[in-house]
Design a protein around this ligand. Structure first.
Ligand code: GDP
Length: 406
């Protein structure tokens, strides 16, 4: 028995290490984007003064970490520096890392649903990795001994059902589906009843990304919601939005828009292998008050894992995980949960262009404008002094965040 347990923990340890290695590798571009700049500030300043903090702040904002998160990270760092009588900029690095970790802590109860009888709805636009994530999660829960059922409620595309059936086979879990064009709510009805009848622990529902406007999306999600509430009122409910980590600010806009129509309880952040915009992982939690619960670092079944802020920051800063383990464990903080989402309408309806990838996603006009301005500022004058263009870019980023909150 003891030996068996040891083998299991060894296997878990190996899996954790290899996931960490892939994460570290995947964050290379983000590291180049953020950590290099931070290191330059640490080595370029001889004293800790306002200018030092301003430089740090600029790098974090430019690295897509978000204005709120950056302010909180820097404020916490200032307190630590004061309390620990730190004099050398280089000595701040540990504290900065710790501060970012604290910024990203997931609430203690975030994963309770994994042990309960749960229904998890997976939402998000096409192409972000919904189907893949459902398949990977099914494999993970099944391996943990849970009884899993998948519902293929994306009936808009025949291919979506086929793709999910492939994943169900790979994960060795059953799937309930419907014909192309069938009412997704009827698939949910069948799946929920099958889950009840078979004593399923975890029902994962893959939903359609392509819904042309916010009103349709809202109606569709509400309908599914009502059916689940009626048919299985005691189930633990989770709504996860899947966001593509390579899309940076666009991902935030999607989360905000979906947050208006569904009560989001978690984020699955995919494609963290090879994005320069990994800073978004820090921003999302702070800006939207929704925790990142899983991250994806590749296309294979083992490439999706629980999000661990300690590992994430260690991987980002290229530090081995054990070194930080204790301090992170000590710093679990409760997150505030979002109050009622705002009423719907406006921004989806003012959306202007659907993106050409066929994601079914329409960017609201304000976001398109803001991102286009940022792009234009970057491209307008490549000869411009680096500092000037950085200043402009920072202004554009700050204006983006302000619009996101408005
Ligand atoms: P959906 O339309 O939202 O259901 O998206 P899919 O699940 O079909 O995924 C779209 C593409 O993204 C597929 O080619 C997936 O293999 C790929 N993908 C999903 N997650 C990841 C990830 O973490 N890393 C990488 N590199 N690719 C991913």
């Amino acid at each position: 028995m003891g030996e068996e347990w040891n083998q299991e923990t060894d296997a878990e340890d190996r899996e954790h290490k290899s996931f960490f290695a892939r994460l570290k590798e995947g964050l290379t571009k983000t590291r180049n984007n953020i950590v290099r700049g931070i290191d330059n500030v640490f080595s370029g300043f001889s004293t800790i003064d306002e200018e030092f903090y301003e430089e740090l702040e600029e790098i974090l904002v430019m690295g897509d970490i978000g204005v709120n998160a950056t302010t909180q990270i820097i404020d916490r760092l200032k307190t630590q520096v004061r309390e620990n009588h730190i004099k050398q900029p280089a000595d701040c690095k540990e504290f900065l890392m710790q501060s970012i970790k604290e910024q990203m802590q997931v609430g203690e109860n975030a994963y309770d649903f994994e042990r309960e009888q749960s229904i998890v709805m997976i939402i998000g636009v096409n192409g972000v990795g919904k189907t893949t994530s459902v398949g990977k999660l099914a494999g993970k829960y099944k391996a943990e001994g849970r009884k899993v059922l998948i519902a293929a409620a994306d009936t808009f595309r025949a291919a979506a059902g086929d793709q999910l059936a492939e994943w169900a086979k790979r994960a060795d879990v059953p799937m309930v589906g419907g014909k192309e064009g069938a009412d997704p709510a009827s698939v949910v009805y069948d799946a929920v009843n099958a889950a009840k009848a078979r004593g399923v622990d975890m029902l994962l529902i893959d939903t359609a990304g392509r819904l042309h406007n916010k009103k349709n999306l809202m109606e569709e999600l509400r309908k599914m919601d009502r059916i689940i509430d009626r048919e299985f009122p005691n189930a633990h409910r989770e709504n996860f939005i899947v966001l593509d980590g390579t899309t940076g600010q666009n991902a935030l806009v999607q989360a905000r828009e979906f947050g208006d129509v569904a009560e989001l309880t978690g984020i699955i952040l995919t494609k963290m292998d090879g994005t320069a915009k990994g800073g978004i992982a820090v921003a999302i939690q702070s800006e939207l008050q929704v925790p990142v619960k899983y991250i994806g670092v590749g296309e294979k079944i083992e490439d999706l894992q629980r999000f661990d802020p300690g590992d994430f920051v260690d991987a980002l800063f290229d530090v081995e995980p054990e070194a930080q383990a204790e301090t992170v464990a000590e710093s679990v903080v409760e997150r505030e949960t979002e109050s009622e989402p705002d009423p719907v309408e406006a921004s989806f309806d003012e959306a202007v262009s659907e993106d050409s990838s066929g994601s079914g996603w329409t960017m609201p006009a304000w976001a398109l404008e803001s991102i286009a301005q940022e792009e234009a500022a970057r491209q307008a004058d490549p000869e411009r002094e680096q500092e000037d263009s950085a200043g402009e870019e920072k202004k554009e980023k700050v204006s983006f965040w302000k619009k996101l909150w408005s």
